[in-house]
Design a protein around this ligand. Structure first.
Ligand code: ATP
Ligand code: MG
Length: 461
């Protein structure tokens, strides 16, 4: 209980709003209930059922009991086991809301890079806002820049506008990196009268959203700022998965399969596929597991050598001898220690990574030339093709629920929160809690070991 209050308490606008301002929800659930007579025995009586989520409903963060300290995974539990019992807030529509729909002026903004599902989330936010009765909804074009750049008008949004946008990838609103400072963004929000802001983006965007939330509170503005985490890498703490990840893994199969066919059809063919994953190798690991066509999977969390008796190159030589071909899957952030450091950063201040895929390709070619073994190396980088895809079915559902819950959270008066899925339940989390550091693949985890079992690769150290 104490830990919950300390760690996962989600900011609420109660101190700014008069509690008496709460009104019954305009998101009516009863009208959408099945007809009672048909379910006479299966549903509780009308008095008991209201379908809203109680503010005190909670979801357990970890649902495993390790019976022995030597059980796989148990080493990560701190000795007094307190974190095992952590709870987070359950997401969903509340019975009492803090905003009168006719007074809501909602804005949506998408920042960072592209990710499958952005349009699905935008669409669902708009649709849900309309169901609450909101009439004024706008899209801020091209990320946070849209708040300051003149000549980019905001985009009025309605169900009609967003009806079919999920059929294509990308973001209806456009994205960008960098842009105005937080105080300018909040000035612009004040000018436009925005009192609900939905922010779709990664860790940088969420850091911005949290700063916007804090600035609004400082100015005692009655504004709800709600994030929807967008990271194709699936590297956000506490969440089962983030939208776009499933689609990315599925789409990566096409690239891997092409690399496999190329490698398999050539004499001593070697295919290399570079996948997304700046600091965590979830996409590479899951794509390797899903495809069953990868011989070597390289991720940022697990160091490796290319050269030397236990290096990747020696193993590739062995694979050519024994199998005749090989396929390597490498995450973009893997092996950065092998590359020349540059201090280049993008407009948002993120470090520009060296291209590990190209480097590995060159080193493989060089190595086989030196040892006098013929080889035929093909390199595929499907990054932009994957990011631009439309969401698959499972991501489509995830986006839909996240979008709806973002709106429920804002109406409930929460701000500085983000939405996610935790142990199959949808939850609200305080933003700082999920962006304090990226979630990584644990090299001691069962999943990574399953991946190694599947590829058959040794340690490259
Ligand atoms: P991606 O996963 O695609 O990198 P991201 O949200 O991390 O998504 P960034 O380009 O890092 O993408 O940031 C998006 C926006 O957030 C930019 O407009 C940037 O200026 C802003 N931003 C980043 N970090 C902060 C921060 N610490 N405080 C305020 N704003 C920030
Ligand atoms: Mg980022």
């Amino acid at each position: 209980q104490e830990d919950f209050e300390r760690r996962f308490y989600i900011p609420h606008l109660t101190d700014i709003f008069d509690d008496a301002a709460r009104i019954p929800s305009t998101f009516c659930l009863k009208s959408r209930r099945p007809i009672t007579e048909d379910f006479a025995n299966g549903y509780p009586s009308d008095e008991k059922w209201n379908g809203y989520v109680n503010n005190n409903d909670r979801v357990l963060v970890k649902t495993i009991h390790y019976s022995s300290p030597s059980s796989a995974g148990a080493e990560c539990v701190d000795p007094d086991c307190t974190w095992v019992e952590q709870w987070v807030h359950r997401a969903g529509p509340r019975e009492k809301i803090y905003f009168k729909p006719e007074e809501v002026n909602a804005a949506i903004v998408t920042c960072g890079g592209l990710c499958p599902g952005l349009n699905d989330v935008i669409r669902q936010i708009v649709i849900t806002l309309e169901i609450y009765g909101v009439k004024k909804i706008v899209g801020i074009p091209f990320g946070y820049r849209g708040f300051s750049d003149e000549g980019i008008p905001e985009m009025p949004l309605s169900r009609k506008v967003v009806q079919n946008i999920h059929l294509a990838g990308g973001s209806l609103l456009g994205v960008s990196r960098g842009g105005p400072n937080v105080s300018d963004i909040v000035d612009s929000m004040e000018e436009r009268g925005i009192n609900m802001l939905f922010v779709l983006g990664g860790n940088g965007t969420h850091a911005g959203a949290n700063a916007i939330h804090n600035e609004c509170r400082k100015r005692r503005m009655r504004v709800a700022v709600v994030g929807v985490p967008k990271t194709i890498d699936n590297d956000i703490l506490l969440m089962d998965k983030t939208f776009g990840f499933d689609t990315a893994v599925e789409e990566a199969q096409r690239a891997i399969n092409s690399a496999y066919i190329e490698a398999h059809s050539a004499y001593h063919g070697i295919g290399i596929v570079k996948l997304m994953g700046r600091s965590s190798g979830f996409i590479a690991m899951h794509a390797s597991l899903a495809s069953g066509q990868i011989d070597i999977c390289l991720i940022p969390e697990v160091p490796f050598h290319l050269h030397g008796p236990h290096g990747v190159l020696r193993h590739l030589n062995y694979l050519l001898e024994t199998k005749g071909s090989a396929v390597v899957c490498v995450a973009e952030g893997a092996g950065q220690n092998l590359l020349q450091k540059t201090n280049a950063t993008d407009a948002s201040g993120n470090i520009v990574l060296g291209d590990i895929g190209v480097y590995i390709q060159q080193e493989i070619k060089k190595y086989f030339k030196e040892v006098g073994v013929p080889s035929d190396v093909k390199y595929i980088d499907p990054t932009y093709m994957i990011r631009a895809c439309r969401a698959n079915a499972s991501d489509g559902i995830l986006c839909t629920v996240l979008g709806q819950n973002a709106v429920h959270g804002a109406f409930a008066g929460y701000s500085g929160i983000t939405v996610g899925i935790c142990n199959t339940h949808y939850v609200y989390l305080p933003i700082p809690e999920v962006i304090s550091y990226p979630k990584n693949v644990d090299p001691n985890s069962r999943m990574w070991h399953r991946c190694l079992t599947s590829t058959g690769q040794p340690d490259f150290i």
